[in-house]
Design a protein around this ligand. Structure first.
Ligand SMILES: Cc1ncc(COP(=O)(O)O)c(C=O)c1O
Length: 391
């Protein structure tokens, strides 16, 4: 008897509904052009916003750290796994984000699983944007707090939900993505903070797609809206614009001190490797020295988005370098992506359950690593595939 037969049937139905995710393999480093399954293609779907994933200074820093600190931290941070570079990274990130303190973790996903259940519990209410990232949803599930969803980016609905529920709450937390990764729109953080302040709710923002992108030298959404000191919890990732791997939380010292005592993935799972930690430090150093890469990223995004719109493509309501090309049906989007690949463009389709049914798209991620001629090549390919498919 095959006890896992139910999984085989699930996989078959994913194939039938065009929802099976074909995972492509990249040979070599991330960059504007990469080799996928033996074919050289233009990369339009990694989160390597600033080209840091293969940056000379970051690689050098990693190599030096391996020589100096070895390859692994050897224990969880609270036992014997905190090395001096972990503290250096936390100090640098706190300074970069203009926050009091920072705790580094193994990923952005893990950061959400760490902080949400640590600061909320039985009797509390979490108000969560309807389109928040899976890691926020899972962080909420790990908490014993009640979760109330408010309509996406709708501050009136947030206020309504708070007033309806506040009397039954011990404490309240409002949590939102900073930049929504599937549409590229930005949370109305100033209005969210005002409403939260009115009712004494804690505010948490996940800045995974904002750091390295928004604000001075990519300091993120809180800096972008000049809200320093008004957002209690900022979650970040080192795995996107920073080009490395890992996550972190910044905020008041009290919060970070508490998480170092109570955050379960910090207590029960080994921390970042020396190589990752050193590369992340180098990323912060490069960004602190110059905003040149951030400016190039925005320049590329503006150019690409204008050219796509001129060709008649619907790119939704993005406000950032995330550029969704809206196609509707799941099958159309997966066929479109396959045809793009044949023409030398690596741009994957995103469909249900990552986005709602019927809202499938090709999501293009711009990078400072792209040149204008790369973007022209991409727009030509999009136009020619659309013509072939009669879109
Ligand atoms: C909003 C958001 N939060 C968290 C994460 C997870 O970050 P990481 O890849 O560092 O675990 C992602 C990545 O997809 C994200 O988009």
């Amino acid at each position: 008897m095959d006890k896992l037969e139910f999984l085989r049937r699930e996989l078959e139905s994913l194939h039938k509904e065009s929802l099976f995710n074909e995972i492509r393999t990249i040979e070599g480093p991330q960059g504007a052009w990469i080799v996928v399954n033996g074919k050289r293609v233009l990369n339009l779907c990694s989160n390597n916003y600033l080209g840091f994933a293969d940056h000379a200074e970051l690689k050098e820093a990693s190599k030096r750290a391996v020589d100096e600190y070895g390859v692994g931290p050897g224990a969880v941070r609270t036992i014997a796994g905190t090395q001096t570079i972990h503290l250096e990274l936390e100090r640098k990130l706190a300074a970069f984000k203009h926050a009091e303190a920072c705790i580094a973790l193994q990923g952005g996903f893990v950061a959400n699983l760490t902080v949400i259940p640590a600061v909320t519990g039985d009797g509390d209410i979490i108000f969560s944007d309807a389109l928040n990232h899976a890691s926020i949803i899972d962080g909420c599930r790990l908490s014993k707090a009640r979760v109330v969803r408010y309509a996406h980016n709708d501050v009136d609905d947030l206020r309504r939900k708070i007033t309806e529920n506040k009397d039954s709450a011990r404490r309240m937390l409002v949590v939102t993505d900073g930049v929504f990764s599937m549409d590229g729109d930005i949370a109305p953080l100033p209005e969210i903070v005002d409403v939260a302040d009115e009712y004494g709710a804690i505010v948490m923002v996940d800045d995974a797609h904002g750091e390295g992108v928004l604000g001075d030298s990519g300091r993120g959404i809180v800096n972008y809206f000049k809200l320093e000191g008004r957002v209690e919890i900022e979650v970040g990732t080192l795995s996107k614009a920073f080009g490395v791997m890992g996550g972190y939380i910044t905020g008041p010292e009290t919060l970070i001190d508490y998480l170092k005592q109570k955050g379960r993935p910090f207590l029960f799972s080994t921390g970042l490797t020396p190589a990752d930690t050193a590369a992340a430090i180098a990323a912060v150093d490069v960004l602190t020295k110059s905003d040149e890469l951030v400016r190039k990223l925005w320049d590329n995004a503006a150019y690409f988005q204008r050219r796509l719109k001129d060709q008649g493509f619907d790119i939704g309501h993005t406000e950032t370098p995330i550029t969704p090309v809206m196609l509707g049906e799941e099958k159309t989007a997966s066929t479109f992506s396959r045809k793009l690949f044949d023409k030398g463009i690596f741009a994957q389709s995103i469909s249900y359950p990552t986005v709602a049914r019927g809202k499938a798209r090709i999501r293009c991620m711009l990078s400072a690593a792209h040149e204008k001629e790369d973007l022209d090549f991409a727009v030509d390919a999009f136009t020619s595939v659309a013509r072939e498919l009669g879109i």
